[in-house]
Design a protein around this ligand. Sequence first.
Ligand code: NAD
Length: 715
Amino acid sequence: MLNYSVDGDGIATIEFDYPGKSQNILNAGSMGAYADTMRKALADPAVKGIVVASAKKDFIAGGDLGEMAGCTDAASFHASINEWHGLMRAIELGGKPVAAALNGTTLGGGLEVALSCHHRVAADNPKARFGFPEVTLGLLPGAGGTQRTPRLTGMQAAAPLLMEGKRIKAAEALKMGLIHAVVPVGEERQAARKWVAEAIASGVKPLQPWDQKGFRIPGGGPGTPNGMQMLMAANAMLREKTYDNYPAPRHILSCVYEGLSTNLDTGLAIESRYFTNLVMSPVSKNMIRSLFFGMNEANKLASRPAGVPPQKYTKIGMLGAGMMGAGIAMSTAAAGIDIVLLDTSADAAAKGKAYAAKQWAKQVARGRMAQEAMDALLARIHPTADYADLKGCELVIEAVFEKREIKADVTKKTEAVIGADAIFASNTSTLPITGLAEASVRPANFIGLHFFSPAEKMPLVEIIVGKATSDATLARSMDYVRAIGKTPIVVNDSRGFYTSRVFGTYVSEGMALLEEGVAPALIDKAGLMAGMPVGPLALADEVSIELVHKIAQQTRADLGTAYVERAADRVAAKMVADLGRLGRKSGAGFYDYPADGQQHATKRLWPGLAEKFPVKTEQPALEEIIERLILVQSVETARCLEEKVLRAPIDADVGAILGWGYPPFRGGPIGWLHTLGLAAAVAALDRLTAKHGPRFAAPAMLRDMAARGERFYPA
Ligand code: NAD
C-alpha cells in the first residue's frame, strides 16, 4: 500500500503504491495506511523531515468512488473525515517540514494530500493534470480542498477548479500558487528532498500560510467588497445554470463563504458537514452510478458477447452523405479509419466531405487543430457515387432517406460488392431493424447503429439487435463504436427502439399540457427546471413538429385499429396541417424564429398560440408539471425493460443522459424511480393515471418489484 524509508539525514519518504492497480486511489485502506505511517514519522525523533511521493506514473487519481457510493452511515463517515482532517492538521503543525513530489496527475483527494504538505514540487510532465473532479459527480473536495485552495489562490481563481471540476497543467498550477515549483521530469523527488533538507537546516518551524501571523486571503475574503461581489455573482450564475438541482456546487460555495469567514479549523469542520451531506445524498449516488460506473462499463463493452475475436477496422463505407452520413464519416476518419462516402451523385457525396472540411476548418481557425491534421483527416474520406468503391469495407452504414424501399435498394447494391463477412448497419431512427433486414441476403450480419445528431459530436450510439442479428455481428459492431470513441448501449428491436421512444414521451407530454390549456412559457420553463436541456415545446420545434406529425401518421397506418390517438398527435396535426408551422426549420413552430441566423437567443413564443390553444385561468403547480414531464419518461423506460427492449436498467440511464441530455442528478429515468423508491413511484403513477390516463400506468413488472420490496440498484 505504502513504501516507507528513512535515509541517513533523517528524511523519511512515504511512497503511495496501491497494490494491484495502475493508479493510486484513496480509500479506507490506503488512507488508514497513510495516517499510520505519517503519524509514525511525525512521532519518530529520528525523522527530521518527510517527502510524500508515488511509486506509480501518476501521484494519486482521487478517492475510491465505489466506497463512497456504498456509504450509508453518515455519522461514521463524518467521524472518519474529521480524523483525516486531524491528520492533515498534525502534518501542518507538527514542526517537521513535509514536501510532496508530484510526478504526474494529482486529482481530488490526491491534490488535497499534497495541499496539506508545506511544499509541493511537480514534474514538468505534459500529461499531468491537477484539479478536483468531485463536483462532476455530485461531491465536493472534502479533505480540505474547499478551504486550502482559495486560501492559497484566492476565491476567484479557485472557483473553476472547485465548482466546475476544471483540470489544469503544472504550469498553471504554479502560476496560481497551488504548487511551489515545476522541475524536469524525474527530478521532483530530489527537489522536494532538497527543500526539506534546507528547511531542516534553517531551524525555522515550517508553517502553512494560513497558520502564519498576519495571513490574508489573496484577493480578499468573503467579507471584503471584492469577495462579496464575487460570491454574489457566483451564486446568481449557479442558479441560472442549474436551477438549484445540483447541491454540490451550492455546498462548495457555502464552504467557501462560511469557511473563509473563519479560521481554517472551523472551516474544515464546516466542510466535513457539507461533504457528508453530499456523500449521503441520492444525487451523488445517482451521478456516480450512471456517469462513472455505468459509462465506464459501457465504454469497456462489458455486455459484449464473449468468444468473438476483436475486430480491427481499416475501411468503412457510408451510404448517404447528408447530415448524419457526413457526421459519422467525421467520427470515423478521426479514429484513423478510411471511409468511403457514397451518395447518389459525385456532387452529393462531395457535399458531405465539404461539410466535414467546414467543421474541421473552424477548429483550425480556433487553434484547436493543426492544418496538417485536418488535411490528414480529409484524406481519409473518399467521396463517390460508385458502389464498386465499397469493396473491402469491413462495415457499411447506411444513412440514406428514411424510406424502406430506398434502404432496401442500397442494402442489395452494397451486399453485391462487400465481402460475405462484412457487416451492414442501418442508422434508421424509426424503422424496425428486423423488417429492414428482409432486404438482406445475410440478415445475421445486419444490425442497427443509431447515431444522434450532430453525429460528429454526440457521444452515444444505440445498437439495435434484429431478430436474425448474430452475436458476432453485435460484438464486432461494438468494437467499431469503441474504435470511434463513442459509448454504445445495446437494445432489442422495437418501434422507436429505446431512445426515440422515451425521448418522444417528453415532447408529447409537453404538447398534451399545451392542449390542456397550460401556458406555453410555463411548460417550457418547467422542462428546464426539471433539469432537461431544452423545454418540450422548443424541442418539438428543433426536431420539427412535422416529424412528430409524420411519425404519428406512420404509426397510425402501421397499427390500424390498435392505434390510440394522443394529444400530441392532435396538436402536431393542427400545427402542421392547419397552421403550416413545421418547427424551427421553417422559421415557425411553437416559437417564431427571426429570419436572420435563427439564433436561440432571439426566438419568441408564437403569440398566436394563445388563440389556438387557449390558456386556462387556473394553472397547475410547477411541481405537478415537472412530475409529469419526468415520470412520463420513467414509466415508458420501465415498459422498455419489461418488454426486454432494454437489457439492463443501467443501459437506460446511460443512454438517456448521453442520448438526449436527461438530467444526471436524477440518475436516469430508472435511476429516478430508484431515487423515489419503487413503492412511492408506483403510488405517484397511480395518481397520475387516475388524473391523466393510461400513459402513466405502472407496468406490472414495476408494481411487482415494489410489492416485493425490490430495487433496481443496490445503492
Ligand atoms: P439527409 O436528408 O440529410 O441525408 C440523406 C442523404 O442520403 C442525402 O445526401 C441523400 O442524397 C442520400 N441518399 C438518398 N437516397 C440515396 C441512395 N439511394 N443512395 C445513396 N444516397 C442516397 O438525412 P439525415 O438526417 O442524414 O438522415 C439519414 C438517416 O439517418 C435517416 O434514416 C434518418 O432517419 C436517420 N437519422 C437521422 C437523425 C437526425 O437527427 N437527422 C438521427 C438519427 C438517425
